[in-house]
Design a protein around this ligand. Sequence first.
Ligand SMILES: [Zn+2]
Length: 246
Amino acid sequence: MRLTVLGSCGAWPSAGQACSGYLVEQDGFRLVVDLGYATVPRLLAHVPAELVDAVFITHGHPDHCADLNPLLRARHLRDDKPALLPVYALPGALDAVLALDRPGMLDDAYVLHEFTAGDRLKFGPFRADTRLLPHWVPNAGVRLSAGGRTLAYTGDTGPSSEVVELGRDADLLLAEATFADRVPEDSRSDLSSADQAARQATAAGAGRLALTHLWPGADPEAALAAARERYDGEVDIATGGLVIDL
Ligand SMILES: [Zn+2]
């Protein structure tokens, strides 16, 4: 299983960087997990729009789904349209982004599969176990298994035992860590720190940890240092362009 980080900024894209988006490949199947602001130009550097096989979106915040629109336009506005793109999201999560164009315009570009958090999904070689994680809006963490390897991804989440279950014995936990150690009071239930992500990676027995969704301008070294206090395995910052082969 190959993970390519398209972007990892929390909230908004900083200069030259994109928000959350990940290309996950197995046996030639190309799954895109989240499509935050500015991820599509990075995605297209790796795979043409028409060759994306499926999209999974964790939640409806635009730093995780805004670039679904340009991906669908790139498939719709061409002469030889590819098959409908399967898009998986929680109910209603994509209503706003799918309403950007005139009603019906992109209907021949995608088929929306709305699921309930807790469902087990299947895309190509991937099995996807989903879990509702605490956030301001419903957010589905996902545990992707294929070829005997497992990648767990939190989307955005407050600290929760559900994150530990999501990442249980995963080869890689790709965890939102918006802050290094202190989470502002008004976000404590809904976002995480590198310190919390690392504690949860340890509790889960995850084989490797990648920190993502750092606040624009945050010091990645501070996030790494906070995580290494709490987790003994390999820790990376999921910057755009990072490739991890599991
Ligand atoms: Zn969010």
